[in-house]
Design a protein around this ligand. Structure first.
Ligand SMILES: [Fe+2]
Length: 176
Protein backbone atom coordinates (compact mmCIF):
# COMPACT_ATOMS: atom_id res chain seq x y z
CA UNK A 1 0.00 0.00 0.00
CA UNK A 2 1.03 3.61 -0.42
CA UNK A 3 1.95 5.56 2.60
CA UNK A 4 2.58 9.25 2.51
CA UNK A 5 5.70 9.54 4.63
CA UNK A 6 6.09 13.21 3.80
CA UNK A 7 2.92 13.91 5.80
CA UNK A 8 4.74 12.66 8.87
CA UNK A 9 7.79 14.74 8.14
CA UNK A 10 5.66 17.85 8.45
CA UNK A 11 3.31 16.61 11.20
CA UNK A 12 5.70 14.74 13.42
CA UNK A 13 9.33 14.99 12.50
CA UNK A 14 9.55 18.69 11.80
CA UNK A 15 10.10 20.39 15.11
CA UNK A 16 10.56 17.05 16.90
CA UNK A 17 13.72 18.24 18.63
CA UNK A 18 12.16 21.51 19.81
CA UNK A 19 8.69 20.21 20.63
CA UNK A 20 9.41 16.75 22.03
CA UNK A 21 13.03 16.01 22.86
CA UNK A 22 14.01 19.28 24.54
CA UNK A 23 10.84 19.58 26.68
CA UNK A 24 11.12 15.89 27.69
CA UNK A 25 14.80 16.20 28.66
CA UNK A 26 13.99 19.39 30.58
CA UNK A 27 11.12 17.65 32.39
CA UNK A 28 13.33 14.70 33.36
CA UNK A 29 16.14 16.96 34.57
CA UNK A 30 13.74 19.04 36.64
CA UNK A 31 12.62 15.85 38.40
CA UNK A 32 16.10 14.65 39.31
CA UNK A 33 16.75 12.22 36.45
CA UNK A 34 20.05 11.79 34.65
CA UNK A 35 20.83 9.45 31.74
CA UNK A 36 23.65 8.39 29.50
CA UNK A 37 21.79 8.52 26.25
CA UNK A 38 18.29 9.42 25.15
CA UNK A 39 17.24 9.09 21.55
CA UNK A 40 14.03 8.57 19.54
CA UNK A 41 13.50 5.42 17.46
CA UNK A 42 10.81 5.32 14.78
CA UNK A 43 8.89 2.05 14.23
CA UNK A 44 6.77 1.36 11.15
CA UNK A 45 4.89 -1.93 10.80
CA UNK A 46 2.07 -3.55 8.87
CA UNK A 47 -0.89 -5.67 9.94
CA UNK A 48 0.00 -9.12 11.14
CA UNK A 49 3.58 -8.11 11.87
CA UNK A 50 4.98 -9.19 15.19
CA UNK A 51 8.18 -8.15 16.87
CA UNK A 52 10.44 -10.78 18.33
CA UNK A 53 10.11 -11.76 21.98
CA UNK A 54 12.87 -9.74 23.58
CA UNK A 55 13.95 -7.30 26.23
CA UNK A 56 15.68 -3.97 25.73
CA UNK A 57 18.58 -2.63 27.75
CA UNK A 58 16.97 0.79 27.79
CA UNK A 59 13.74 2.16 29.24
CA UNK A 60 11.32 3.11 26.49
CA UNK A 61 8.60 5.72 26.44
CA UNK A 62 6.48 4.26 23.65
CA UNK A 63 4.26 6.76 21.87
CA UNK A 64 1.70 5.45 19.39
CA UNK A 65 1.41 7.87 16.48
CA UNK A 66 -0.63 6.12 13.79
CA UNK A 67 -2.72 2.92 13.72
CA UNK A 68 -3.03 0.38 16.52
CA UNK A 69 -0.50 -1.92 18.15
CA UNK A 70 -0.71 -4.20 21.15
CA UNK A 71 2.17 -4.27 23.57
CA UNK A 72 2.41 -7.60 25.40
CA UNK A 73 4.34 -8.23 28.58
CA UNK A 74 3.85 -10.08 31.87
CA UNK A 75 2.18 -8.91 35.07
CA UNK A 76 5.10 -10.36 37.02
CA UNK A 77 8.20 -10.28 34.81
CA UNK A 78 10.38 -11.78 37.57
CA UNK A 79 8.40 -14.99 37.32
CA UNK A 80 9.18 -15.36 33.61
CA UNK A 81 12.65 -13.90 33.26
CA UNK A 82 15.06 -13.18 36.13
CA UNK A 83 17.13 -10.01 35.75
CA UNK A 84 20.31 -12.09 35.42
CA UNK A 85 18.85 -13.85 32.38
CA UNK A 86 17.61 -10.58 30.89
CA UNK A 87 21.04 -8.93 31.00
CA UNK A 88 22.54 -11.65 28.83
CA UNK A 89 19.58 -11.56 26.41
CA UNK A 90 18.19 -15.04 27.08
CA UNK A 91 14.82 -13.65 26.07
CA UNK A 92 15.41 -13.38 22.37
CA UNK A 93 13.15 -15.62 20.27
CA UNK A 94 10.65 -15.31 17.47
CA UNK A 95 7.72 -16.09 19.77
CA UNK A 96 7.16 -15.84 23.52
CA UNK A 97 7.40 -19.17 25.34
CA UNK A 98 4.21 -21.02 26.31
CA UNK A 99 2.51 -19.19 29.15
CA UNK A 100 -0.83 -18.81 30.87
CA UNK A 101 -2.77 -15.96 29.19
CA UNK A 102 -3.86 -14.75 32.63
CA UNK A 103 -0.22 -13.92 33.39
CA UNK A 104 0.09 -11.68 30.39
CA UNK A 105 -0.47 -7.97 30.31
CA UNK A 106 -1.54 -6.83 26.85
CA UNK A 107 -2.07 -3.13 26.28
CA UNK A 108 -3.72 -1.96 23.07
CA UNK A 109 -2.29 1.34 21.96
CA UNK A 110 -4.14 3.82 19.78
CA UNK A 111 -2.87 7.16 18.44
CA UNK A 112 -1.47 9.36 21.21
CA UNK A 113 -1.46 6.54 23.76
CA UNK A 114 1.81 6.28 25.66
CA UNK A 115 3.35 3.46 27.60
CA UNK A 116 6.51 2.97 29.66
CA UNK A 117 8.52 -0.13 28.76
CA UNK A 118 10.72 -0.91 31.72
CA UNK A 119 14.32 -1.81 30.84
CA UNK A 120 15.13 -5.52 30.72
CA UNK A 121 11.56 -6.79 30.98
CA UNK A 122 10.42 -9.30 28.32
CA UNK A 123 7.86 -8.13 25.79
CA UNK A 124 6.57 -8.46 22.24
CA UNK A 125 4.44 -6.22 20.04
CA UNK A 126 1.76 -7.02 17.45
CA UNK A 127 0.27 -4.70 14.82
CA UNK A 128 -3.53 -4.59 14.55
CA UNK A 129 -4.12 -2.13 11.70
CA UNK A 130 -2.98 -2.02 8.06
CA UNK A 131 -0.19 0.28 9.07
CA UNK A 132 1.11 1.43 12.43
CA UNK A 133 3.73 3.90 13.46
CA UNK A 134 5.16 4.60 16.87
CA UNK A 135 8.08 6.50 18.30
CA UNK A 136 10.03 5.19 21.25
CA UNK A 137 12.14 7.54 23.32
CA UNK A 138 14.89 5.20 24.42
CA UNK A 139 16.55 6.00 27.77
CA UNK A 140 19.95 4.40 28.37
CA UNK A 141 21.45 4.55 31.86
CA UNK A 142 18.44 6.31 33.36
CA UNK A 143 19.08 7.23 36.97
CA UNK A 144 16.84 8.98 39.52
CA UNK A 145 18.63 11.03 42.18
CA UNK A 146 21.64 8.76 41.82
CA UNK A 147 19.70 5.49 41.86
CA UNK A 148 19.24 3.02 39.02
CA UNK A 149 16.23 0.73 38.70
CA UNK A 150 16.67 -2.79 40.06
CA UNK A 151 17.06 -4.43 36.67
CA UNK A 152 19.41 -1.73 35.47
CA UNK A 153 21.57 -2.47 38.53
CA UNK A 154 21.82 -6.08 37.39
CA UNK A 155 22.92 -4.88 33.97
CA UNK A 156 25.53 -2.54 35.49
CA UNK A 157 26.88 -5.37 37.64
CA UNK A 158 27.18 -7.57 34.56
CA UNK A 159 28.94 -4.82 32.60
CA UNK A 160 31.37 -4.24 35.48
CA UNK A 161 32.46 -7.86 35.04
CA UNK A 162 32.26 -7.78 31.23
CA UNK A 163 33.26 -4.24 30.21
CA UNK A 164 33.69 -5.21 26.57
CA UNK A 165 29.93 -5.87 26.37
CA UNK A 166 28.79 -2.55 27.78
CA UNK A 167 26.42 -0.81 25.37
CA UNK A 168 27.16 -3.40 22.68
CA UNK A 169 23.83 -5.27 22.78
CA UNK A 170 21.28 -2.70 21.66
CA UNK A 171 21.44 -3.74 18.02
CA UNK A 172 21.63 -7.48 18.55
CA UNK A 173 18.04 -7.96 17.32
CA UNK A 174 17.31 -7.28 13.69
CA UNK A 175 13.63 -6.78 14.51
CA UNK A 176 12.15 -5.20 17.59
FE1 LIG B 1 11.31 -3.61 22.72
Amino acid sequence: MHFNLSRFYSDLLEGFQEEVMIPWRTHLSAHGFTWQRLAPILFLSTQGASSTYHNDNSHGLVWQVHGTKTFHSYLDPDKHLPAEAAVIGETTAEEPPEHDAAERQSVTMRPDDQLWSHALTPHWVTTETALAMSVTLSHGGLCHQGRFSERELALRAYWDENPGEAWAHDLRNVRY
